[in-house]
Design a protein around this ligand. Structure first.
Ligand SMILES: Cc1cc2nc3c(=O)[nH]c(=O)nc-3n(C[C@H](O)[C@H](O)[C@H](O)COP(=O)(O)O)c2cc1C
Length: 168
């Protein structure tokens, strides 16, 4: 798929087929996240790929929507705040770094014909326990990964004129 087509066709998918994700596709998608830029090239994140059914079911306690844990794969992106670059005024960029990596992952999944849905509204303490995440790592994003069962219509976006201010 052409780059702009990938961007315009991506949707948050909330219904998944049971079909497994091919290893070759999964590794291309994870590699896309690895290639993302990070502030000062610190790469302050770690990705946990959950395929095990029992573990996925335990994640139900963190985010109980049925479509979430029925996807064949769940990816958890964890931030490593101590490793991240900080600006002189102390602002840390770890969330930005993780978001860019996740966007790479999400768009790569879309290019492979796979669906994702960025999930922020989970219980981090449950994810931490189920996935055995150490204290120096913060679970920041979850996404199911799998073949879409249904592809929703595009959601509303503000018009460009409302978002962009040109100074000429
Ligand atoms: C930072 C972030 C957090 C989100 N958290 C959730 C979530 O917890 N649950 C959910 O169903 N969707 C979540 N979404 C998906 C958004 O609702 C979705 O991207 C938005 O409505 C636009 O729809 P689209 O992705 O299909 O274009 C999140 C998206 C982002 C970027």
């Amino acid at each position: 798929m052409e780059f702009y087509e990938v961007i315009s066709k991506r949707r948050s998918i909330r219904a998944y087929k049971k079909d497994p994700v091919e290893d070759s596709k999964l590794s291309r998608i994870l590699n896309a996240a690895r290639l993302a830029p990070t502030a000062a090239n610190r790469q302050p994140y770690s990705l946990i790929v959950v395929k095990d059914e029992e573990t996925k079911l335990k994640l139900k306690d963190a985010y109980s929507q049925e479509w979430f844990f029925t996807a064949p794969v769940i990816v958890c992106a964890c931030a490593l705040p101590d490793d991240a670059w900080k600006r002189n005024d102390g602002k840390g960029y770890v969330d930005v770094d993780v978001a860019i990596a996740m966007d790479h992952l999400i768009l790569a999944a879309s290019a492979e014909g796979l669906g994702t849905c960025w999930i922020a509204a989970f219980k981090p303490e449950v994810v931490r326990e189920v996935l055995n995440i150490p204290d120096n790592m913060e679970p920041l994003v979850l996404t199911p990964l799998g073949y879409p069962e249904t592809i929703p219509e595009p959601t509303f976006r503000k018009p460009l004129e409302e978002m962009v201010r040109e100074i000429t």
